[in-house]
Design a protein around this ligand. Sequence first.
Ligand code: ADP
Length: 434
Amino acid sequence: MSAPFKEYQSLLNERSIIIVVVVVLALMWSVGQLSLMAALVIGTVATVLLIQLEIKRRMETLQMRRATAREQRRSSQQGAMTVRANTLNRLPSPVLLIDDQQSVVFANQAALDLLGSDIIDNDVFLYLRQSAFVTALDAVLTGKPAENATIRYTSSNERSFDVTVAPVPASEDGTAGPQAMVFFYEVTSLLRTEQMRADFVANASHELRTPLTSLIGFIETLQGPAADDTAAHQRFLGIMQREAERMVRLIDDLLSLSRIEMSRHMAPTTTIDLCQHINSAVSTVVGQAEERGIKFSFTAAEGVKKVVADSDQVTQVFLNLLSNAGKYADRDSTVHINATPHHSGRHVLISIRDEGPGIAPEHLARLTERFYRVDTARSRKMGGTGLGLAIVKHILLRHGSQMDIKSQIGKGTVFSFRLPIPGVSAQESSETKL
Ligand code: ADP
């Protein structure tokens, strides 16, 4: 019932009481029955009724005001809660609030995305079953000191989180019992980096161990069964030299990689002559490639001259890509090197195309991983370390560039990348990566 209607209704009652009293008094006076006593009694009753009505009306107004104030307080509290919930929803880390019945009373958006939108009001143990979590939640909800055990949660899509449980005290007005806040800290990329580091150490050790084992084997043979076999000596020493050289190449590549990684965030500022660098790289690898009948053809478009690059590192890029072409291209074929202005007008596009067996599409994405090879035996036979393309990738990243690899089985492979021409800032060039 609305307030104006209530007021109207009470006014009507007052009026009707006054009218009734006046009519009764007038009637009694007209028939000569109105004594002073009767008038006093009727007047008193009427006044009491009016006072009662007034009190009732004031009480109602007071109650209405209280109800309005309560409503305002509740809505402002809800507003504050909405602000808190919105803030938590913006957190990229999943957060849950669990009540003393182990039910999920709140889950931010990240938690809903991780555990499912039906988690609210459900038992949290349906989603997190690890015994360490059960123990931690129980301790927090019963006020016991919590153990500092790391609770690891791995989702179905292989995301890993470190989960912590913290107490939320019961509310002062007693409307909410003790609760627990569950916080998920994502460690997926951290674990991946750790795994990559462990794999790298294992791969590097394995790559070094293979030539070392072979060297030790030959030394033992030379000391024992082949001690007097002078013909075998020359053969074995030749193999030992190749194995030792392989170890040197591997260590050189590992050192190069770590040097490049150290300078990763310092974009090069020196200007170099591109054609001169390509020609000098070609003359370094041509001798080895000629053994397989491989020729190099270099074409530079007009105007292609200077680029912003680190001289030593760019030389290493060309040496690695050209020696790969020399190793893997078909015998008696030609490797085409092209340098043309990039359509952006701010870069030179360089491509190295060989006429080789090509690389199957499933290998392309992984080619620049350390120690990844399509054919390990062939790579080893050709003296490869499995680090050449990883080095190229990291050098190009430092130059704000990326390598594009296109290959057709039976036809050959094209490696292309671009380098900035002088006058273009490193930032501009990295914004328009290939
Ligand atoms: P590697 O020392 O083994 O050559 P890289 O990192 O330089 O190591 O190359 C990785 C792998 O990519 C090689 O083992 C080879 O299988 C493949 N590869 C590289 N360049 C070519 C190419 N031009 N044609 C075919 N395969 C290639």
